[in-house]
Ligand binder design. Structure first.
Ligand SMILES: Cc1cc2nc3c(=O)[nH]c(=O)nc-3n(C[C@H](O)[C@H](O)[C@H](O)COP(=O)(O)O)c2cc1C
Length: 551
């Protein structure tokens, strides 16, 4: 089987059906539960002091290109960047159990995604240049590999002064422990969420962030030291995801989405410190995941350079919001709703505003869509329950207007395709069919109430077959990343609207397709989401993410 056939076969076998769920473990092996914290024992630890005051801009401002003056790169801004992206957000306790939550969500709270930083010598307290691993439990950096200033200069020569790199990798085992074969999909969603969290954290500091889309997975592996056999001897491996450049001062720069390849072996050949901790006592293999990972390994590719907008703030189009929550407040309060009240709805105006955030604008893509380089491949099929004054029913949001025809052709012929009342012209939202779809939404999500008891829920359908045939099997992961980015925006937008959101990875794939009339692989549903008025669980207590001494 070639790579494309392999990933299509994986996609089919990892679907849930009412009569057969995707293969998973027969029960949860609690003693073998993976440690949520990867550490590199022996690597020097650099603690990031938590900023004492919340000086972050209003949440509403982060979506306005050029509205936030870039913060200079200091220990404090670097700490803020991680605090608002991959750090812990709280500890929860119930009876004898205690578990941490993070700024970025993760299927089953299992957190397969690891963060890396490659930093120069701009921050004296951190003493670069070096490759660091971010340790969320400590809010600290583990210094894996110092290297020379000369190597740093060559590595960063394509980028504006002050730029640094971040990296993401995934430990598939963390998700596979609970979800078996479907876990590979969830790991990719989580990459999308983590990338979205990082883009937003960069944005609130006025920084640009762009994924270096030309790099091969082999190059990502090499820079992050993921193939260092001796360091991972007993430990579960990390799969390369991405490297992105963060530019605190981009000055309208045009930069390539690659690194000077010749310098990567120099970093890889430098001296590395630390050995990865084993996360579980015994290794369990999920062959289908290994095959999917291999089939979707990314080769080096060529894409257009990235054009950062000018950093000088343009005069704001609308008055600058002064009140309202800060971006940090919204980011740290984000949680997944575990139950919704079935009563709280939202106004059509708020709904349209929220959906508007999910549609990249053509010339200025805006945050977070500016961190990826491909055109939108994911559209939304919505189950509207409680949006005043919209009629409940099935709706569609076409995120790339040029594809409206193709999507329409693939969906049921007798759908209405009418514009809902008061819908702004630039929002490509359509009513497909009036119906009470609460029960349908619930049933499609494996009977999960959360899909039917919010204001609305939705399926993210990808332009699937065409995207994979055009770009190659490796693009499979990107489709899930894009879905994760949509989910991340929805999580924050739900909080900003006084509601709550939940990502839904568990649904009956082909039943969803049937509901909308999708009969082939042109479009496939990759992720679901729900937004509504949450019911809190009063049994849980909440504790701060870090001891006060960290602040
Ligand atoms: C990819 C993904 C899939 C998820 N699927 C479900 C789901 O099917 N049902 C559910 O109740 N929660 C689901 N969640 C929510 C997670 O359980 C939640 O993010 C995790 O417990 C961490 O809690 P937090 O989001 O409040 O930090 C999903 C989250 C993600 C990111």
């Amino acid at each position: 089987m070639d790579a494309l056939e392999t990933i299509l076969a994986y996609h089919d076998r990892s679907k849930h059906h009412p009569h057969r769920y995707a293969a998973g473990p027969s029960g949860l092996d609690w003693p073998n539960q993976p440690d949520p914290f990867r550490r590199f024992d022996g690597a020097p630890l650099v603690r990031l002091p938590l900023p004492r005051q919340d000086d972050t801009p209003p949440y509403e401002l982060i979506y306005r290109p050029g509205a936030i003056l870039p913060a200079s790169l200091t220990l404090e801004s670097l700490s803020r960047f991680w605090e608002c992206s991959l750090a812990l957000s709280a500890w929860k306790a119930y009876g004898d159990s205690r578990w941490s939550l993070r700024i970025n969500p993760s299927s089953g709270n299992l957190h397969p995604t690891e963060g890396y930083l490659v930093l120069g010598d701009e921050v004296p307290e951190v003493e670069g240049p070096a490759v660091y691993h971010y340790a969320p439990g400590e809010h600290a950096l583990e210094k894996r590999c110092p290297f020379s200033r000369k190597t740093w200069r060559i590595l960063m020569s394509p980028f504006p002064a002050g730029a640094f790199l971040i990296g993401l990798s995934s430990i598939h085992w963390r998700e596979a422990w609970k979800y078996g074969e479907r876990a590979f999909r969830y790991c990719q969603h989580d990459v999308g969420h983590a990338l979205g969290a990082l883009r937003v954290a960069a944005g609130l500091l006025g920084w640009q962030l762009s994924v270096l889309e030309e790099l091969s997975d082999r190059q990502v592996t090499s820079l992050l030291g993921l193939d260092r056999r001796a360091d991972f001897a007993e430990a579960e491996p990390e799969e390369p995801d991405l490297i992105a450049v963060v530019c605190p001062a981009a000055e309208g720069a045009v930069v390539p989405r690659r690194l000077p390849a010749e310098v990567l072996p120099v970093v890889a050949g430098s001296e590395w410190a630390g050995r990865a901790n084993p996360l579980s006592a015994k290794a369990v293999k999920w062959e289908a995941i290994d095959l999917a990972a291999r089939a979707t390994a990314k080769p080096a590719t060529t894409v257009a350079p990235c054009r950062f907008p000018g950093t000088r703030p343009a005069p704001p189009a609308a008055p600058t919001p002064t009140g309202g929550p800060t971006s940090r407040e919204i980011i740290v309060q984000r949680r997944s709703g575990t139950a919704y009240d079935g009563r709280t709805g939202m106004s059509a105006g708020a709904f349209y505003r929220m959906l508007g955030r999910l549609v990249p604008r053509a010339e200025k893509r805006g945050l977070p869509w500016d961190c990826i380089c491909w055109s939108p491949r994911i559209h939304l099929l919505l189950f509207v329950h409680l949006i005043e004054p919209l009629t409940p029913g099935l709706y569609a949001l076409v995120r790339d207007g040029e594809q409206a025809g193709r999507l329409r052709e693939a969906l049921k012929e007798n759908f209405a395709w009418t514009s809902p009342p008061g819908c702004p012209d630039q929002l490509p939202l359509y009513k497909l069919r009036e119906m009470d779809c609460r029960r349908t939404a619930r049933q499609l999500s494996l009977g999960q109430d959360i899909a039917g008891s919010g204001a609305f829920s939705l399926a993210m359908v990808a332009d699937f077959d065409g995207s994979l045939r055009e770009s190659g099997a490796w693009f499979y992961r990107r489709l899930f990343w894009e879905a994760g980015l949509i989910g991340q925006v929805l999580y924050l937008e739900a909080e900003a609207a006084g509601l709550r959101g939940t990502g839904i990875g568990a649904y009956f794939d082909d039943k969803v397709h049937e509901t909308f009339g999708l009969v082939d692989r042109r479009f496939q549903s990759l992720y679901h989401f729900t937004v509504g008025g949450p019911i809190e669980d009063p049994r849980l207590t909440t504790q701060p993410p870090y001891p006060a001494a960290n602040g």
